[in-house]
Design a protein around this ligand. Structure first.
Ligand SMILES: O=C(CO)COP(=O)(O)O
Length: 718
């Protein structure tokens, strides 16, 4: 049976302060990408007083807290003790028992040790049982005898061997710098396993993990771990150093050490900048370390109430506009709607594309606020050229690097071995977009962030280019600036229609805001995830960022923001399902809310969230249910009272060309439509008016026309 390695860090009565402990844990974080969590368990034993306070940071590293000791009694008049039950009550599932320092310095006997193990077994606490001989005993040839005695005392108390790990720690090697040789340790641990076989069973002997402890270091651990009966280490002194992570990564190495040089070479060859490489290295590290990306219910609190747009009291300050950048994300292709160009080049209404509308919105804001406004786009390598061409008719928006920066691309990862994906037939397919979380590294790496800061820009309002409701709002800008928050997310209230999408929540440990996407929700918490009464808000992707704070966060995190990573399983050639299976790593820009201490959120009216994702959205938008205002925003007609029509077109109308054929005479009137369902091949006649809920069906298979007329609350069979 393959036993999973387990490494323990026994801090004993160290370090001198909780502050030092915290900075040690922070240092360890850097080593995480080098460790494959599926190969090694790690438990950390801090002094008892800090077990609770350090637990979130320890667990944040994918490690578990382990007590150094536990009492042998239940609750009662036992001053200075704690029980196994107390541990579980604090969420601590592990304890050491019988460490040689407890035995020699505090007089713990084999019988005490056995009682303690019994208490842990009763309640289900995992035990690392420490055994080992003194120098005298070793020299007297009594090693195996001592181990058998110490272990033998405990065996009658054990019912569940899955909750027992043995740490063989020769007393003469503890804290002395005198490590057992790999052969000595292997020989002794093989004898311990042999004893388990005869005293308990072959199955137990085979599955119980035996650690070695005593002067283990990053230097001597590599050879020790090759021995078949050494299943990990219990580390003392070396667990108080940043290099403890080297021990962990030598026991359970990730693919980072082997593969990173290959990715680095590939990216350098492609002239990628340092920031882009650091961003990919971070996401790749999350992938190969097998870090748990789930956010369980137990770690969250709901966000009860937030500031609402209607209640903003700050006095609008037009001077802030001069320090503010309006950024539109424009990296997306309209492939979902059957286009092979930037989605924003799609005609929305009245012959105007998204880009036309955005350009006109900016022009009208300049007029309204009587000031210049800085506007930029983040394009991707596939949207840049078309977009700049289309915008050349609006020279006042700016040109070149004043108008855009280009999103990075990331190497695809071969799913089978985590190497850089290769596809010589079409090398373009070896790269993918890294998601809109790339906004931040792309801004920094392209030099845009620095350039903006130098020119005195401090604030950024960013939104998706397909959300025509996301216009500059001076009230919101003034609130954001005066609140002093480094980051603010515009959120909207979730309705039943939004229950499958992500939600805002509070991190129980830090009280900070975070987003939980459906891919980050464990299956058993799905019901709570969809509870729109509990988790009331969703991210609209209209974000406000203090650029000085952004720069500071990059510095604080060594050049890469620690955003949650999503992995998408695809084939290297997306159209050839038989081509190599790859993973594409992505981050989302809204998730950065968790990176900024003091980040906030604002509830906005739905009118600021009007994205066009499908032909359903577009048909509604082109109809009279919406109007185009003088400042080129698209708003719902007043009669609709804030509720858009619910349009459900047959899947055959998913692509733009099919939509255009469906409405050769322009869209039907939907101003009084609640719901429109279209099934089967058809066209809409010239003056069609839909009222209430209408379903139009054609089951014949040949295209038919829905004639002019008013249709109200009915099903029409063509
Ligand atoms: O006692 C130990 C772990 O429990 C070993 O300590 P050292 O690694 O400092 O020798």
């Amino acid at each position: 049976m393959a036993r999973k390695f387990i490494v323990g860090g026994n801090w004993k009565c160290n370090p001198a302060s909780a502050k030092e402990a915290n900075s040690l844990l922070k240092e360890w974080k850097k080593g995480l990408p080098n460790v494959d969590k599926s190969k090694v368990d790690v438990v950390i034993c801090p002094p008892a007083l800090w077990m609770s306070t350090l637990a979130p940071s320890i667990e944040g590293l994918g490690m578990e807290v382990c007590s150094q000791n536990v009492g042998k009694t239940d609750a009662g008049a036992f001053t200075g003790e704690w029980t196994a039950g107390n541990l579980l009550d604090l969420g601590i599932k592990w304890t050491l028992i019988g460490h040689s320092e407890r035995r020699t310095k505090y007089g713990e006997t084999d019988a005490d040790v056995a009682e303690k193990v019994g208490k842990c077994q009763d309640i289900g606490v995992n035990v690392i049982l420490c055994i080992g001989e003194t120098l005298e005993e070793r020299e007297g040839g009594k090693t195996d005898e001592v181990n058998k005695r110490q272990l033998g005392a405990v065996i009658p108390k054990v019912k569940d061997w899955d909750k027992i790990v043995i740490a063989y720690e020769p007393v003469w090697a503890i804290g002395t710098g005198k490590v057992a040789t790999p052969d000595q340790a292997e020989e002794t641990q093989a004898a311990i396993r042999e004893y388990l076989k005869s005293a308990v069973s072959a199955a137990v002997a085979d599955k119980v993990r035996i650690q070695y402890g005593g002067s283990v270091t990053p230097e001597n651990c590599a050879e020790l771990i090759t021995k078949p009966n050494i299943d990990g280490f219990l580390v003392g002194g070396a667990s108080l150093k940043p290099s403890f992570m080297d021990i962990v990564s030598k026991v359970g190495p990730s693919k980072m050490a082997d593969m990173w040089p290959k990715f680095e070479e590939k990216m350098k060859k492609d002239d990628m900048n340092e920031t882009a490489m650091a961003a990919f290295k971070y996401t790749y590290g999350v992938l190969v370390s097998g870090a748990d990306v789930m956010i369980p219910e137990s770690k969250l609190d709901p966000v009860e109430s937030l500031m609402e747009y209607e209640k903003l009291k700050e006095k609008p300050d037009p001077r802030l506009l001069k320090k503010t950048l309006i950024l539109k994300l424009n990296g997306g292709l309209g492939t979902g709607m059957g286009l092979d160009k930037a989605k924003s080049l799609l005609e929305v209404t009245g012959g105007l594309t998204f880009l036309d509308l955005i350009a006109k919105q900016v022009a009208s804001m300049k007029k309204e606020f009587k000031t210049d406004l800085k506007f930029m786009l983040m394009n991707s390598f596939s949207t840049s050229k078309d977009t700049l061409e289309a915008l050349s008719k609006y020279p006042e928006l700016g040109t070149g690097s004043d108008l855009e920066f280009v999103q990075n691309k990331a190497p695809k990862v071969t799913a089978s071995d985590m190497s850089p994906a290769e596809w010589p037939a079409q090398p373009d397919h070896e790269w993918c977009p890294p998601g809109h979380g790339d906004l931040y590294p792309a801004m920094l790496g392209s030099g845009t962030l620095e350039k903006l800061l130098k020119k005195g820009y401090r604030y950024m309002f960013v939104s998706n280019s397909d959300n025509l409701g996301a216009t500059m709002d001076l009230k919101i800008l003034s609130h954001f600036v005066q609140s002093g928050a480094p980051f603010m997310m515009e959120v909207a209230e979730r309705t039943d229609a939004d229950k499958k999408g992500g939600h805002l929540a509070k991190d129980k440990a830090t009280g900070g805001l975070l987003l939980r996407e459906s891919a980050q929700c464990p299956e058993e918490d799905e019901k709570e995830f969809q509870n729109v009464g509990k988790y009331k808000f969703f991210n609209t992707n209209n974000l406000w960022v203090d650029l000085v704070a952004l720069k500071r966060e990059f510095r604080r995190n060594d050049g890469a923001l620690p955003l949650p990573v999503m992995k998408n399983a695809k084939t290297v050639d997306p159209r050839d399902k038989k081509s190599t299976a790859v993973l594409q790593l992505e981050t989302a820009m809204g998730a950065a809310i968790q990176c900024f201490q003091g980040a906030s959120a604002l509830v906005i009216p739905r009118s600021r969230f009007a994205p066009v994702k499908t032909t359903n959205d577009l048909l509604a938008l082109r109809s009279d249910a919406y109007t185009l205002t003088e400042d080129f925003t698209i708003v719902l007609a007043a009669e609709r009272q804030g509720v858009p029509p619910d349009v459900k077109l047959d899947g055959m109308y998913k692509f733009m060309d099919a939509l255009e054929k469906l409405i050769p005479n322009g869209p039907p009137s939907l101003i009084n439509c609640k719901k429109l369902v279209v099934e089967g091949p058809m066209t809409f006649g010239k003056d069609v008016v839909i009222k209430g809920s209408v379903t139009v069906k054609n089951t014949s298979g040949t295209e038919k026309e829905l004639a002019a007329g008013v249709y109200e609350d009915k099903t029409v069979e063509l």
